[in-house]
Design a protein around this ligand. Structure first.
Ligand code: SF4
Ligand code: FES
Length: 234
């Protein structure tokens, strides 16, 4: 496959500017391996005022999530040719405050997480798992890369959101199986379930399953929400 011409419609916005909040169009020749993030980089080369986030370029940091042709995706993992259309629309995630262009304000997203949850935590590898000889031990990063795609795709408004509930269930699940902190398990389990039962918690989920559809790292938040629902029903 060779390079083809695509039209990109990029959302441009500046707070307080009544002329912003519009789509700016650009036509570019795109190679089969080019991602939407590559396109944003190219466009920013021509217009340094274009705002968006990125870091790792390989689906690990979660910062480049945006809406591409109406669906939440990581721009760095989305090849333009794979989209099956010659017009590509790029917008910021929904539900988060708009700071400018594709840049969103993450404050509300992270405030939904309980303050005591650590950003860094012990490995969740099974305590009895034995690593292969060449490894000194297992280390494992969280599947959730906190990209916000599930929150943006979820149709429910007044809600903790799929990412927080998935994290809550994961913590509950880990404590159930872990012997690291045996003393506090029942009390902690109770407080996690209380949070899940909050009026902005599990019962607000309408089972749209959008969260699991868009999650780029197979967290399957909807499955975690269902597990919490069952646990709450006893
Ligand atoms: S659960 Fe998936 S979609 Fe939601 S924030 Fe985590 S990685 Fe992103
Ligand atoms: S740039 Fe890190 S996930 Fe896309």
């Amino acid at each position: 496959m060779s390079a083809r011409i695509f039209t990109f419609r990029i959302f441009r916005y500046r707070p307080g500017n009544s002329e912003s909040g519009r789509f700016e169009e650009a036509k570019l020749s795109v190679k089969p391996s080019t991602t939407v993030l590559d396109v944003l980089e190219e466009l920013r080369g021509k217009d340094p005022t274009l705002l968006y986030r990125h870091s790792c370029h390989h689906g690990s940091c979660g910062t480049c999530a945006c809406r591409i042709n109406g669906s939440e995706r990581l721009a760095c993992l989305t090849r333009v040719h794979d989209l099956g259309t010659t017009v590509v629309t790029v917008e910021p995630l929904r539900k988060l405050g708009k700071l400018g262009d594709l840049l969103v304000d993450w404050t509300d997203f992270f405030l939904e997480y309980p303050a005591e949850w650590q950003t860094l935590r012990h490995s969740e590898a099974h305590p009895e798992a034995r690593p292969p000889q060449e490894l000194s031990g297992y280390s494992r990063l969280e599947n959730c890369i906190e990209c916000g795609a599930c929150v943006s795709a979820c149709p429910v408004e007044d809600f903790f959101g799929p990412a927080v509930l998935a994290a809550l269930n994961r913590e509950r699940y880990n404590r159930e199986r872990s012997d690291q902190e045996p003393g506090d398990t029942p009390e902690r389990e109770r407080s996690l379930l209380e949070m899940a039962a909050h009026e902005r918690g599990v019962e607000n989920c309408r089972r749209a399953l959008e969260c699991s559809r868009v999650c780029p790292t197979a967290v399957y938040p909807a499955r975690h929400i269902e597990e919490l629902r069952k646990k709450l029903k006893g």
